[in-house]
Ligand binder design. Structure first.
Ligand SMILES: [Zn+2]
Length: 494
């Protein structure tokens, strides 16, 4: 990834072209709340903080919000992280939203991108789940920011054409990818058009890999914002474009937590770079939508699909495993198969039992976020999606049963959170969390219908095995925190 960072090209005068810099931060934490209690477990590794969300808030989210960095940078704030921040640190949350509003007021466009809701690897999801992920991400964004999103960050920048097509149909106009996801030659100082079905299109910004990699992985690069702006940035401009005074954009995209958490005090580097270092060297700091509005993409690109920024094997890292992670990664395929089979069985029950209550069960699922998050009442939701009026106790009872099944769908979506498949081994907190979310769905279906999906799921999980501890997925399931016996079917011991 890190090539050419220290290229010895002569420094270009800051006056030779219209040069822009965009600093994009992908802010996200995997959801780790116990799905039965809503509580984040204590995380000893984060001491003296109670958990990593608290630690990262102190080191990164709060100082970046206090410094006003969210006004100048481009960013996406994952829905599951945003809802935690909203609950736990409302002052930080409000400051981030206020920063976005100032950007919007100043430039007429937003600097915040939406995110597919559960950080799901969209190319591995079927079209129906892709749509739900995208629509939930957009609804969450609209609720928080008060306007529609035009950009969407894809988890792990994992992309395929169907996902882009659904995004375009949903009002999304741009996203960000890694340069190696382009299948035709690109100049990453400008955005490109990906042609889609039915005349639709998506603008794609490719980030500068050497600069983004340098900021992420090389401590020395971020020691001094002035040196970074004067020495590193200019060498990545295209000389011909600079000579001809053509516009160009250097896009640096990294995990947002880099600025202060992975790298202490880099929130200050970011602030100084955007407010002083880069402008002093002739770079105008710019958000992606603002750049697009001034300089729309004109050239087309073809993409490698499926592909992602952190796997060299399509999206195998989150599917059946690949050499991107050490050890025997075949557990990934077995875990995915267990989750896919559970979702398949659950979906059949969902369709079967809601055919009498919902006009279109999948449209209702796409709309469900507002109901479950309390943004709208059951009566209002039911007015759009219910097949009958809520007039008496039996009709209310059926509506509540339907709501349990919708909530099961909600947790099934959680069970595909990409972090469960990202790392090397099954016996880690991330796969355990995906299994815990699946158990919550099993519980909700059990409560709604008295149907046991646990037995088959645990059987399927036994095929997934940790190469470190030799525990199986079924062992991990049995180790989940105990819950009241009426919430789950009895689990036979093996
Ligand atoms: Zn890979």
């Amino acid at each position: 990834m890190v090539t050419q960072l220290f290229s010895e090209q002569p420094l270009l005068s800051s006056k030779t072209g219209h040069t822009y810099l965009c600093m994009h931060g992908h802010f996200y934490q995997p959801p780790r709340e116990d799905p039965f209690t809503g509580q984040l477990p204590n995380e000893p590794g984060a001491a003296p903080f109670a958990n990593f969300n608290e630690k990262i808030t102190t080191e990164c989210y709060r100082p970046n919000a206090d410094a006003g960095n969210f006004e100048s940078m481009s960013y996406d704030l994952g829905p599951t992280l945003a809802s935690w921040l909203e609950r736990s640190h409302p002052d930080v949350y409000r400051r981030i939203l206020a920063s976005e509003r100032r950007h919007m007021q100043r430039y007429g466009v937003s600097n915040a991108l939406a995110q597919a809701y559960n950080h799901t690897i969209l190319p591995l999801a079927n079209a129906r789940d892709k749509r739900t992920q995208i629509l939930w991400g957009l609804q969450d964004y609209r609720h928080r920011y008060g306007h529609d999103a035009h950009g969407m960050w894809l988890a792990e920048t994992a992309v395929d054409i169907e996902s882009l097509d659904i995004m375009a149909q949903s009002g999304i106009t741009y996203t960000v990818l890694a340069p190696w996801q382009a299948a035709t030659p690109i100049d990453c100082t400008e955005p490109y058009i990906v042609p889609l079905y039915n005349g639709c299109r998506m603008t794609v910004f490719f980030y500068n890999a050497p600069l983004s990699g340098g900021i992420s992985f090389d401590w020395n690069v971020t020691n001094d914002a002035d040196v970074f702006a004067s020495s590193y940035l200019p060498s990545h401009l295209v000389p011909d474009k600079s000579m001809n005074r053509e516009s160009q954009l250097l896009l640096i995209a990294t995990d947002g937590e880099l600025y202060g958490h992975h790298k202490p005090w880099r929130d200050k580097f970011l602030n100084y770079l955007m407010n002083s270092g880069a402008p002093n060297c002739g770079f105008e700091v710019c958000s992606l939508e603002r750049y697009m509005s001034m300089y729309p993409a004109i050239r087309e690109v073809r993409l490698h699909v499926p592909s992602a920024w952190s796997c060299a094997h399509g999206v195998a890292r989150w599917n059946f495993g690949c050499s991107c992670t050490e050890g025997d990664s075949s557990w990934k395929g077995s875990l995915r198969m267990a989750l896919v089979c559970l979702a398949g069985r659950s979906n059949l029950l969902f369709e079967q039992y809601t055919q009498d209550t919902l006009k279109d069960p999948w449209a209702a699922r796409n709309d469900y976020l507002a109901l479950r998050n309390g943004w709208e009442t059951l009566e209002s939701f039911w007015g759009r999606h219910g097949k009958y009026a809520l007039t008496d106790e039996p009709s209310l009872k059926k509506a509540r049963q339907t709501q349990l099944l919708l909530e099961a769908q909600y947790y099934l979506q959680y069970s595909f959170t990409s972090c469960g498949f990202f790392f090397e081994d099954l016996d880690r907190i991330e796969p355990r969390n995906d299994i815990a979310f699946a158990r919550r769905a099993i519980s909700l279906i059990w409560q709604a219908l008295g149907i046991d999906l646990q037995q088959d799921f645990v059987h399927d999980l036994s095929a997934a095995r940790s190469w470190r501890t030799h525990l199986s997925g079924a062992d991990l399931y049995r180790q989940l925190p105990a819950v009241s016996s009426d919430l789950l079917p009895p689990l036979e011991s093996v």
